[in-house]
Write a protein that binds this ligand. Structure first.
Ligand code: HEM
Length: 113
């Protein structure tokens, strides 16, 4: 996951501002934990609702909205698809994009009021 943040900031330097004050190792742990929860609850999206809204509020307070989510999702889907070998890369990338976009759409709803 550290690779993900390096790639995100490498290809989109303006995204570095959001992460410059953070402990990256801690951020990596949090994102990994969230992704595991996402996978575990993939069949029961409603159970995730409250947690995703809470995350959306936390991000919105930092000025993170749709534009940032878009770059985050495409980079993350790339990295996650590359790390596995069970499913062909393009298919895995598309599956992750669907999952991540669904979550981020809910997170961004908070941002739009
Ligand atoms: C699917 C999308 C995302 C997920 C699942 C996610 C996950 C998380 C989680 C679990 C936290 C910790 C929240 C807490 O402590 O309660 C967090 C915090 C944070 N996220 Fe995200 N995030 C996402 C998108 C983004 C994007 C697009 C950005 C910025 C470009 C971003 C930047 C941050 C920042 C700056 C923090 C605050 C860290 C701190 O102060 O400890 N995140 N994120």
């Amino acid at each position: 996951m550290r690779e993900f943040y390096e790639e995100l900031v490498g290809s989109h330097p303006h995204m570095a501002a959001y992460f410059s004050q953070l402990d990256l190792a801690r951020q990596v742990r949090k994102l990994s934990a969230t992704l595991q929860v996402l996978v575990a609850f993939a069949d029961d999206r409603r159970a995730l609702g409250a947690e995703v809204i809470r995350l959306g509020v936390a991000h919105s307070r930092r000025g993170i909205g749709e534009a940032e989510y878009g770059l985050f999702a495409t980079t993350l889907a790339d990295v996650l698809a590359r790390r596995q070998t069970e499913v062909p890369f393009e298919r895995a990338r598309r599956l992750w994009l669907v999952e991540l976009k669904a979550i981020m759409e809910t997170m961004a709803l908070v941002d739009n009021g």
